[in-house]
Design a protein. Sequence first.
Length: 192
Amino acid sequence: MAAQVSAPVGAQWFALHTLSGQEGKVKNYIEKFKKAEELEEHIFEVLLPTEVVSEVKAGKKSTKVRKLYPGYVFIQMRLYDEETKVINKPWYFVKEVAGVIGFVGGDHPAALRQTEIDEIKARIEAANGKEVPKVQYTVGEEVKINDGPFANLNGRIDEIDPARGKLKISVSIFGRFTPVELEYWQVQRVTE
């Protein structure tokens, strides 16, 4: 029998779509209750990628924690049995956590590639503070994302929150249009 080097046998990474602002609560709940629900052999790691960002607001520099993938939490778990059937206990436990909309991919989620998770972890380690430029955008404007996990994708601005320096942008992720919250400096106007 081969020794387990990194991931437990059958463990795969999945993306969970969460309600906006609930990512931390989802992560904490799963980590806290997986032992009580006797799911430690199915759920291994919960990842909420964040980085510390410095920004300038009203002439004052401040530091805050920013989610790299707003609305998403990543979970390493054993979701499928040897016959690739969903294992009910961890499936329903995760789906019923308050704040979880569901697995990305619906009722038959595809596991993320290890290279995708490695990139996310490398990005967290390499994260440095950055300053946010003051740029004015308008709702409906098309922008190109130039930083972060959605870099080089185009999207349409749906909402602007100047007080927080955030934009809600619709981009095509995993084959469907999804609202993504980004900071001003992460996008640029599309010029043609």
